[in-house]
Design a protein around this ligand. Structure first.
Ligand SMILES: *Cc1c(COP(=O)(O)O)cnc(C)c1O
Length: 494
């Protein structure tokens, strides 16, 4: 199993372990397997496997350079004892809508599914490739990635983590999660501005040659925990396979019968993993791509034109407030018949004009993607009506449910659907509480969570309880220009 780039400039094929370390190809493209492999196991057999066993099986296909024992240990370290539930991903069904609960990890959002495992894959990869330098993970976050990366990599030998978050772009709880981080190898910095400011600042550090030289001389190597890393994509395939096996096992569908998936989407990583799961053999009919008011992807699937030339609208589902969905590049690559030159042209258009247009034949390949979006009122109404049906969901998941309802109404297709439930409702207690008509306006995040817990008859997650008593370690806010110096100071660069 070797990996190439989605663009034309890099023809050398590399192993998965090198792709994990490198993160992004030298031509700016994303790493993709030479062919998307088959699952190689029948559906009924999957039903008798645990989450960890399915994870090991899939990782073994994508990373054959690691032994079964290494992978078993990696998966165990990633998931065992770190999730608040007996299985990492419980599934709750309401009629023929099945919630894939991806939010029971350390940070209460689905990023934990991949970011618990990426550090393990990174460690194995560094060993295998004989890399001696200390790895510096640099990340800009719109809220959930930052804390998940900190938790994943904390106290790991040979790795340092620096997270930049936008001063004005994250929720109070997300901020507290990051500023109370206690990993000895971690640094957290607020940046004046929004997510784009933090993101472009990080990109500039990656592109800074003088900085790169300094780092190299002192034994450091930059890497990223960004969702384009193949080491994040592969762990996300696992839960779709597990979810389908679960539906077969419980009799919700027959083996081989198709399901749909609905995925609240930002950077397009999660829904792309579902697409990979289908290419591997899981019968998925439609991919419902759910957006909030930042509906670039809805427009794209509707018209074939991707256009980021619009203002970013802050919403109650901040982890989806994104105008450039990086992982879409991997779908474009498949849609144009794996033509790196074509992807290169599209990405050049995006960089230079902020937009690109795909051909009719590419649109035909992507026709199983259905775009829909929800505005803020629709999100709040959905939270309320799903709660009345017996399920408490967060703002992001509500976008997914709303999109599914749109889809079902428009098409009449009542196929059982897995909804990716991407965050705990308690991570967004104020908005969820407000949607349910609770008087949470003047409460702090913890009190709001308690009010929500009482209303729903659920416990406040222990992950949140811990936050209340953890001291804040990082209080400084920096200007964008100061970001390189923040990294230099933390690493003690001369
Ligand atoms: C990151 C995130 C998303 C978006 O996922 P992508 O893989 O970026 O499309 C949705 N919901 C939550 C809660 C997230 O943290």
């Amino acid at each position: 199993m070797l990996y190439g780039s989605t663009r034309n400039g890099h023809t050398e094929k590399i192993t998965g372990s090198r792709a994990v370390i490198q993160g992004i190809s030298s031509d700016g493209g994303l790493f993709v397997p030479e062919t998307i492999p088959a699952l190689g196991i029948d559906i009924e057999a999957l039903g008798n496997m645990t989450y960890n066993q399915i994870a090991c099986h899939i990782l073994g296909i994508y990373f054959p350079e690691f032994t079964k024992e290494q992978l078993r240990e990696a998966v165990s370290r990633a998931y065992d004892g770190k999730f608040g539930t007996p299985v990492p991903v419980p599934i709750t069904s309401v009629g023929n809508t099945h919630f894939l609960e991806l939010y029971h990890g350390p940070t209460l959002a689905f990023k934990d599914m991949a970011l618990s495992l990426l550090p393990e894959l990174m460690r194995l990869s560094l060993d295998r490739e004989g890399i001696e330098e200390e790895i510096v993970i640099l990340t800009a976050t719109s809220g959930d990635t930052g804390k998940a990366a900190l938790e994943g990599f904390k106290n790991q030998e040979g790795v340092r983590v620096v997270v930049f978050y936008p001063q004005d772009g994250v929720s109070a709880m997300q901020q507290l999660q990051m500023t109370t981080e206690d990993g000895v190898n971690c640094y957290v910095a607020a940046v004046n501005g929004n997510f784009d400011t933090a993101q472009s600042g990080v990109k500039e550090i990656f592109g800074d040659r003088a900085m790169a030289e300094k780092l190299m001389k002192q034994g450091y190597r930059l890497s990223s925990a960004n969702s384009i890393n193949i080491g994040r994509l592969v762990p996300q395939i696992v839960y779709y396979v597990y979810g389908y096996a679960h539906l077969v096992k419980t009799g919700a569908v027959k083996a081989g019968e198709a399901i749909n998936v609905s995925v609240p989407t930002g950077n397009f990583g999660n829904i792309l993993a579902a697409y990979y799961a289908r290419a591997m053999g899981i019968p998925i009919g439609r991919f419902i791509c759910a957006s909030n008011r930042n509906n670039v992807l809805y427009d794209f699937f509707k018209t074939g034109v991707y256009d980021r030339n619009r203002a970013l609208v802050p919403t109650s589902s901040p982890s989806m407030d994104i105008l450039i969905s990086s992982n879409l590049e991997r779908l474009l690559y498949e849609a144009c018949g794996r033509d790196g030159g074509e992807v290169d042209r599209l990405m050049t258009d995006l960089r230079e004009t902020g937009r690109y247009t795909v051909t009719d034949s590419m649109r035909a390949v992507m026709q199983d993607f259905y775009g829909a979006y929800a505005d803020e009122n629709q999100v709040f109404e959905t939270i309320e009506s799903v709660f009345d049906a017996g399920m408490l969901i967060d703002t992001h998941t509500a976008v997914g449910v709303y999109a599914l309802r749109q889809y079902r109404e428009e098409t009449g297709d009542a196929t059982p659907c897995l909804v990716a439930s991407t965050a705990s409702p308690f991570k967004f207690s104020h908005d969820v509480g407000r949607a349910l008509g609770l008087p949470v306006g003047s409460l702090d995040f913890y009190e709001a969570s308690q009010a929500l817990a009482k209303e729903a008859g659920l416990p406040v997650p222990a992950q949140l309880e811990k936050l209340r008593t953890s001291p804040v370690r990082f209080e400084k806010t920096y200007k964008r220009e100061e970001m390189p110096q923040v990294v230099a100071d933390f690493l003690g660069l001369q």
